[in-house]
Design a protein around this ligand. Structure first.
Ligand code: CA
Length: 426
């Protein structure tokens, strides 16, 4: 068993029962206190812990890390780049430092005085500098729903879909951390029955409930990753909201796929939860029929049971949960996605981000976008404040949450929260 994952561990830091951040999680992120640069941190309960301070106080000395300046950086890339052997050793060491059995650390006033912050008192920054970003399209239910609405219910899935983990190269510059407000985007759309496009703010602003993994190991141009080794390249996961403008998308996507409809802001959750933390939550994925090509075959359980939800909060009103889904519904798993991404020899870098595609489940309440939940606006969602939503309104806040849970442990992400502002004036 991974040392940090021991379900019997308790921390000397207070952790509420429903916290996403028990001592078994130990995620990594970048926090910032007022007037200072960011630094690498972890979180236990509602306590954010500065790892650069821990390093200075000598808590990692026994690990003989290659480079301890990685904790002072305001992105995780250099830390992740140490490699899983060292980052997992840091995670295990943190579990020991904050284990209730460690009375020495618990009584270290320098540690508490210099490294501890209340989560509400600090700002979380982008955890990684995202070099390249890929968005897959790996939920069969989502692809089927979209194909049914836009093309042909009898041939909803295109012929390649069950053979290839379909994806496209997206825009990394507009991936932003939770809490970043996003203006309603403007662009070209073709109004119904019109024969030429108009320009203006999108009328069909949507979210896409996704997860994304961050790679932690490089390959050289020309090399490929096999499914059996793909997880060695996956450092951790975040929640990913692939905001989409459906009317802009519909007009622009032929023949090369999504472009400006999806590059105006893609918010992620601030804590990167390691793949290791999800080890107890491995499950079998959906059966893949027809059989996939040999390079996409895999052994063992490569899917993960992670409950996901989306809520919409209108301004000055309570939030309404509009979707409950699960990461385990994905037809193509992360190992297959990364294998496919690199099969042509395309190189992988530390800090690249790979989003899953919208995660829809089999039931109507599990669809991962407003497009599907309202079936293109035909069946508006009723909100707790009495209003209705076909798509997202100005001043709405979209909140995504995700966690895994068994009898002993709950491992989660916290949330990714995004307020939509009106389109910018010209
Ligand atoms: Ca997407």
């Amino acid at each position: 068993m991974i040392k940090a994952n021991d379900p019997n561990r308790k921390s000397w830091i207070d952790v509420s029962k429903d916290s996403d951040f028990p001592i078994q999680n130990i995620p990594f992120g970048i926090y910032k206190k007022e007037g200072a640069q960011g630094a690498v941190a972890t979180r236990i309960g509602d306590t954010v812990i500065d790892l650069s301070v821990l390093s200075r106080l000598g808590y990692f000395d026994h690990l003989n890390l290659e480079d301890t300046s990685v904790f002072e950086k305001c992105r995780l890339n250099d830390f992740i780049g140490l490699g899983k052997k060292q980052t997992n050793a840091v995670r295990d060491a943190l579990a020991d430092i904050f284990d209730s059995a460690n009375t020495k650390a618990a009584s270290d006033s320098d540690l508490k005085g210099q490294a501890f912050y209340k989560a509400d008192d600090v700002e979380m920054l982008m955890p990684v500098e995202v070099g390249d970003y890929t968005d897959f399209y790996s939920s069969k239910e989502h692809a089927t729903n979209v194909g049914t609405m836009f093309r042909d219910p009898d041939n909803a899935l295109l012929p390649n879909w069950k053979h290839i983990p379909v994806g496209y190269h997206g825009r990394s510059s507009s991936i932003v951390v939770s809490g970043t407000p996003i203006h309603r985007p403007k662009g070209q759309t073709l109004p119904k029955d019109a024969n030429k496009p108009v320009f203006g703010p999108t009328k069909l602003l949507d979210f896409e409930l996704e997860m994304a993994f961050v790679t932690g190991k490089q390959t050289r141009l020309g090399d490929s990753i096999r499914t059996a080794e793909a997880e060695e390249y996956i450092f951790g996961l975040v929640l990913f909201n692939d905001l989409s403008a459906r009317d802009i998308q519909k007009w622009e996507y032929v023949p090369l796929g999504p472009f400006l409809a999806k590059s105006f802001g893609s918010p992620i959750s601030p804590w990167v939860v390691t793949l290791e933390a999800f080890e107890p939550f491995r499950v079998e994925g959906p059966k893949q029929e027809p059989e996939v090509l040999p390079y996409l075959k895999f052994d063992g359980k490569k899917s993960y049971d992670i409950d996901l939800e989306v809520a919409i909060q209108p301004e000055k009103a309570e939030a309404t949960t509009v979707c409950n889904s699960n990461f385990k519904y994905m037809y193509w798993n992360m190992s297959q996605q990364l294998t496919h991404q690199s099969v042509n020899g395309c190189n992988i870098n530390v800090g690249d981000m790979y989003a899953s595609g919208t995660i829809s489940g089999p039931d109507k309440g599990s669809f991962g976008s407003m497009l599907e939940l309202t079936w293109r606006g035909q069946n508006p969602v009723k909100m707790a404040d009495g209003t209705e939503r076909k798509f997202i309104h100005d001043h709405d806040t979209i909140i995504m949450r995700g966690h895994s849970k068994n009898a002993n442990t709950r491992i989660g992400f916290g949330e990714v929260k995004t307020k939509i502002l009106p389109a910018k004036e010209d």
